[in-house]
Design a protein around this ligand. Structure first.
Ligand SMILES: NC(=O)C1=CN([C@@H]2O[C@H](COP(=O)(O)OP(=O)(O)OC[C@H]3O[C@@H](n4cnc5c(N)ncnc54)[C@H](OP(=O)(O)O)[C@@H]3O)[C@@H](O)[C@H]2O)[C@@H](O)CC1
Ligand SMILES: [K+]
Length: 447
């Protein structure tokens, strides 16, 4: 703002909004604006100005008529924009209620206007009512068909549903510092995914150990072992009471009944279906003492939370990835709250571990401050056994030697993708998600 003429950035932003609006209108001609008190409302008014100049009928509701972007309103009126008490018969609504200065859900008067919308909504910068920094929705909020944002994506775009997100360049290059959050795309994952070369054999690609399952929950062992087998071509060893079931389903795995004669591995997965009794604690201790990277999931997290002495078994240099859902997180580090990024960061720092906090937006924080986020396109992965699959994928990537933050990011994305592919719009059990892993990996691998 210091280096360009006053108002220039807003007009660039608003022009971007108008271009996307014209695209969404696809020949229709009536647009309504919801205009709040600040610059977000200013953007909407200027977008209305550009649309009017293209011959679109534009009406605007001013939510706070005494506090409105004066130049934007003057320009809007100059080209015949109409101020109305309520939007009626419009083909598209532009949401300029509130942007980056938003705090909390929509206020009642704004919520009242939003509740009666029938046309699709194009949100300026972010859907009003969604928290810009955390993506939290704690009350009435706009549901955006499309969001147009400026200069760079903000945390809200990675953490919350903003519809189709369009980024408009307003000339901020060089002014932006590095990202606070990173979302891996398919190409990032394709490059990182371990692929055997001509020199490789089953050992050089990493041996994954699975310490999971119990007499009550043999399925967790079968799912985690299968996921590790399908994710890389390294060897998988299973150790535990579900050895018979695992061997029957996955004859290529090497199964033993006890952790003490499991043999050497390059990474352990511990916890799914393991139970939390004394036997399970002894298994967890053995795994943590092994000095190789560990993915601790489910019951392993509960045991670490309930019995902090178990942390002593881990050499502080041993790489650890914790994969809690919200209730497991709460046992470890207190309530997650609405700021999931801060929550994941806090636990990562406290335990010197990578924390993968599961959710519709999965947040992965490293003890070094890096944060990755992966927002699922659907919620079909939220099914029993799904977490066992995730930990198996993650364990095999750790065994292959991937950096643990990257391993967690790759596992989360491929897991979500497998759920989408398997489901294709219908509910699926975790076995179907598991079976879709090869398709998901194929989809991220470069051709
Ligand atoms: N920075 C840039 O480079 C560029 C920025 N640009 C644009 O500026 C936008 C930021 O504008 P901004 O800072 O003027 O504030 P904005 O988000 O419009 O909020 C205004 C007022 O809304 C109110 N309010 C708060 N919460 C609310 C709620 N829940 N429900 C209802 N109302 C609520 C609150 O008022 P108050 O609390 O005082 O009553 C607040 O002061 C940004 O998102 C982008 O669109 C572009 O032009 C490109 C260049
Ligand atoms: K908005």
């Amino acid at each position: 703002m210091a280096v360009v003429p006053a108002g220039a950035l807003m007009r660039r932003a608003a022009f971007g909004v108008a271009v996307v609006a014209a695209e969404l209108l696809a020949g229709k001609r009536r647009v309504g604006l919801l205009v709040g008190a600040g610059n977000n409302g200013g953007d909407a008014l200027w977008a209305g100005y550009y649309l009017r100049k293209r011959g679109v009928a534009v009406s605007a509701v001013l939510l706070t008529p005494d506090r409105v972007h004066a130049e934007g309103l003057a320009a809007f009126r100059r080209v015949g924009g109409r101020v109305v008490p309520r939007l009626r018969d419009v083909d598209l609504v532009i949401d300029g209620i509130v942007g980056l200065s938003a705090r909390g859900p929509l206020r009642p008067d704004a919520a009242e206007h939003v509740a009666h919308l029938e046309a699709p909504v194009l949100s300026v910068d972010l859907p009003s009512g969604v928290d810009p920094d955390t993506g939290a929705v704690s009350g009435p909020a706009v549901r955006a068909h499309t969001t147009v944002t400026f200069g760079c994506l903000k945390p809200v775009h990675a953490l919350a549903d903003c519809g189709d997100v369009r980024l408009v360049d307003i000339g901020l290059d060089g002014e932006l510092h590095g990202p606070d959050l990173v979302e891996l795309d398919i190409a990032d994952i394709g490059v990182a995914w371990p692929v055997p070369g001509p020199e490789d054999d089953k050992y050089t690609q990493g041996v994954t150990g699975i310490a999971a399952g119990s007499a009550t929950y043999p399925g967790a062992a079968v799912l985690a072992t299968g996921a590790a087998l399908l994710s890389t071509s390294g060897l998988v060893r299973y150790a535990g009471p579900a050895a018979e079931d695992v061997r029957a389903r996955w004859p290529e795995s090497i199964c033993t009944g006890s952790i003490t004669d499991a043999g050497r591995v390059q990474a352990w997965v511990v916890g799914p279906g393991l139970g939390t009794g004394l036997g399970a604690e002894a298994v967890l201790r053995t795994v943590l003492e092994a000095g190789v990277p560990v993915c601790a999931d489910a019951d392993a997290i509960t045991m670490l939370a309930n019995n902090p002495d178990l942390w002593d078994a881990r050499d502080p240099d041993t790489l650890l990835v914790l994969t809690p859902h919200d209730r497991e997180y709460e046992r470890l580090a207190g309530p997650v709250g609405t700021d999931r990024v801060t929550a994941a960061r806090k636990a990562a720092e406290r335990y010197n571990a990578v924390v993968l906090l599961k959710g519709h937006a999965t947040v992965i924080a490293g003890p070094d401050g890096r944060v990755l986020v992966n927002r699922a396109r659907s919620s079909w992965a939220a099914t029993a056994g799904s977490g066992d699959v995730l930990s198996g994928v993650l364990g095999s990537l750790l065994a292959a030697g991937l950096d643990p933050v990257l391993a967690a990011g790759c596992a989360a994305k491929v897991h979500a993708l497998a759920a989408d592919l398997a489901s294709d719009g219908a509910p699926i059990p975790a076995t179907s998600l598991l079976a879709a892993l090869p398709d998901a990996i194929r989809a991220v691998r470069p051709l």
